[in-house]
Design a protein around this ligand. Sequence first.
Ligand code: BES
Ligand code: MN
Ligand code: MN
Length: 455
Amino acid sequence: MQNTQSFIKDNGQRFVDELLDFLRIPSVSADSAYDADTRRTAEWLAGRLTAAGADGVAIHETDGHPIVSGHKLIDSMLPTVLVYGHYDVQPPDPLELWTSPPFEPVIKDGNIYARGACDDKGQMYMHVKAFEAMQASGELSCNVKFLFEGEEEVGSVNLEGYLKEHAKDLACDVVLVSDTSILDNDTPSITVGLRGLSYVEVEVTGPNRDLHSGTYGGAVSNPINSLCEMIASLKDERGHITIPGFYDDVEVLSVEDRAAMNEAPFDLKDYQEDLEIDSVRGEEGYTTIERTSIRPTLDVNGMWGGYIGEGAKTVLPSKAYAKISMRLVPHQNSDKITELFQQHFESIAPAGTKVVVKPHHGGEPVVTPTDTAEYKAAAMAMNETFGRKPIPSRAGGSIPIVALFEQILSAKTVLMGFGLDSDNIHSPNEKYGLFNYHKGIETIPYFFHYYKQLK
Ligand code: BES
Ligand code: MN
Ligand code: MN
């Protein structure tokens, strides 16, 4: 382990420089204008993986963006760790709110600013560098396989088929993922839960064409007004979602479990100050920690229709649209929730409107146990490098493929992330701390070390 750690110290600057190169390639999976760049990113990554010492590095074509894989199998008697990450990033817009261009990374005040710096290029590249260090030092203690996809931010639609098809090649004892956060740089934590997701787009149609808002105004259903009414009715005054059956399968936590999770350090004042809001708002009877982890949500992510150009145009739109996400908790099922939403939303369409609900991607929630070799190995590794035992905590975000690792590969996942909630992932000015990047690279080899001992 000493050799690995000194290799990491000696090569720290190069590790940062390489990450900056990675961040310069705009791998925006959602936007086909970036398809060539996204492919170039996969090729760049495959090159780095080979250079780090991995065998059999390959780029697999899918119906979407390619998957990059590789491995180092040292001894069939040793446990096998499958490292998963995603090289795709969210669209960078709104561009005008970035203080430096999203794909021209800069280092400022100890942070790397760029789209993907934290989510997930910076975090996944820590694994490539930790592997390189273990490999170069002759201290790799487990077999390792790599699985890097380019479609996480668009729902991992092609990865499920790939997992099924390559289940044998991907056989492993544990999946290791760095794509989540710690509570803060002095308070390490391990993510033990992710929410699921049901995502839909709705289209509301009123009259067959845009109309003069004076001639027809007041006489027909305005689809934007109707859509607003429909959306407003989806929650009651207690912040409870009104879709019949929505809460039927929601896991109810014990009083003890809820008390324990609320022990985690959290300062409501700091939270509000950071967001420049004078109050939080959510489901009655739950704390902010609970609202963002063990409770399901329904939120409009985008809404459009009618005239939004300069000046005023007096027009009744023919159509209105919204994109809506529902975050799910154990034991809700995303297909079932999507169906409940669809039935309900269509049933509340006001007279004179037509409603179409188009389901998008989804994903199932997960909770991971803490009494396992993999959790303990991660906890010991973080304890080693942070000097403090990590706190188990549930995250509000989703990584759809994690539930499928368990279903298809029968492998548990350890979510050992190093980001911060304040890293602006999916927002302008995304960043990742140099402290976090180096800390991650330093911690990962300890995971391998302890996992071999405990397994
Ligand atoms: N890395 C995030 C998920 C995340 C963020 C988990 C912070 C825990 C803490 C991931 O890249 C992500 O953004 N997932 C999407 C999934 C969706 C596109 C299917 C999400 O949560 O919106
Ligand atoms: Mn991510
Ligand atoms: Mn993301």
